[in-house]
Design a protein around this ligand. Sequence first.
Ligand code: ZN
Ligand code: ZN
Length: 236
Amino acid sequence: MKKRRKIQLFLLDLLYPNQCPCCHRKIPWNRYLCDMCQTLFQLPPDTFCPGCGKPVESCFCERGPAYDHAIAAALYQEPARSGILSLKRAESKNFAYACGEVLGRMVIADPELLAYDLIVPVPMAKRKKKKRFFNPAEEIAREMSSATGIPLRADLLEDTGTGAAQHTLSAKERAANTGHFQIPQTADLTGYRILLCDDVLTTGSTMNRCAELLKSRGAAVVTAAAATTTPAQEDS
Ligand SMILES: [Zn+2]
Ligand SMILES: [Zn+2]
């Protein structure tokens, strides 16, 4: 943890005693999660498919995702689900820090990923971001960037939509609802290797659309980095 962050968290804890974002237990000021919830990241190394980022039993590589590889930190189930909700409700950024740190470690452990050029978060519609205070994907990406030293570019992709929640839509509707993501005509990403970061990977349609856009501007490789990915039974 960087010194500036330590000071921030120490002072914040005096006003609002630090809580685990997943279970709301009190935790020391210098922790992001409680010991029990921290174990949500302790999954067998072959839990997620390295091609699509889904749990291996619900791999959708045969549908040919627009991204090339994927990493994921946790399953979208309790207690991680509560952690993601705490971000959506802007209760604290703890869960983003925790996920960003874990994804950052995964990148550092892989020399190929560590040589990537950019980390790009899946964007959030401006109006929605104003209401929510921050974009969880961007906070996770920022933490990954600070852990790995790979530059963050949060201004490349834009979400010009109304902010209709993807999770309220069916798989078909989700795929059709990604037309509002945009990238500037002038963006030149020729040869770039990009880590594309989001908080939850479900059907992959958001990651796909964003990867397509990055590649349309010349990106050579896109690896999806998902903080969480939904288990098979939830992908209806
Ligand atoms: Zn906890
Ligand atoms: Zn797969």
